[in-house]
Design a protein around this ligand. Structure first.
Ligand code: FE2
Ligand code: FE2
Length: 213
């Protein structure tokens, strides 16, 4: 293991242990994230095309563009880290509990509740947790994506406020949000386990020295 105090090799964002995720492990995560972003792009584009509310349509068009850039950036980073790019990377286990709701969500409120107020919230939490564990270039990638994801969460809140204007609509939203929140909790548990597994990897020998690209 390299000495993290080596001159000229300082980590500007040191982790408590001064270690970074294994390069291959993060490359695999980039592939999984690229698949999730790609999926987000597709569903946002579909929902954008279906929307008959002009303001919502334009906001979803912007999100579709954002997700395409995120997918491209994750694929590119995976390639830079030496990963083979397969066309069908594994589904994110963190997002797995939320996938069944994709078929159920029929209205834009339900769809935005699922994607913008649940999946994106989980993505923001995951990216923030990962940032201290990756190299500088990967951290910059996550910062770039996080800036957009925060606006997508805001878009979800806008959709709910814009369309849920009656007590009945609010009640339907609250009921759906409650069920999605249960799936969100399961996703959070999976994320916590994943982070714990990575911590075990960090104290083992599967690490990359800080500053090493
Ligand atoms: Fe995204
Ligand atoms: Fe997003």
């Amino acid at each position: 293991m390299a000495d993290s105090s080596t001159k000229g090799n300082a980590n500007p964002h040191p982790t408590p242990a001064g270690l970074l995720l294994d390069r291959q492990l993060f490359a695999d995560q980039c592939k999984i994230s690229a698949r999730a972003e790609h999926g987000g792009m597709v569903v946002c584009g579909l929902w954008m095309a279906e929307s008959d509310d002009l303001e919502a349509k334009l906001k979803l068009a912007r999100q579709t563009w954002d997700e395409s850039r995120h997918a491209m950036a994750f694929y590119q980073r995976a390639r830079e880290l030496g990963a083979d790019l397969d066309l069908d990377p594994p589904q994110s286990p963190v997002l797995q509990p939320l996938i069944p709701f994709l078929m159920e969500a029929r209205t834009l409120v339900e769809r935005s509740t699922l994607i913008n107020l649940c999946v994106e919230v989980l993505a923001v939490e995951s990216f923030h947790a990962t940032k201290p564990l990756v190299d500088t270039a990967s951290r910059e990638l996550l910062d770039f994506i996080l800036a957009d994801e925060v606006t997508h969460v805001q878009l979800g809140k806008w959709v709910v406020d814009h369309f849920c204007t009656t007590p009945e609509a609010k009640a339907r939203h609250d009921e759906f949000q409650g069920r999605v929140d249960e799936a969100l909790a399961k996703g959070r548990q999976t994320l916590a386990r994943q982070l714990a597994d990575q911590a075990i990897a960090l104290v083992g020998c599967s690490v990359t020295a800080p500053g090493v690209e």
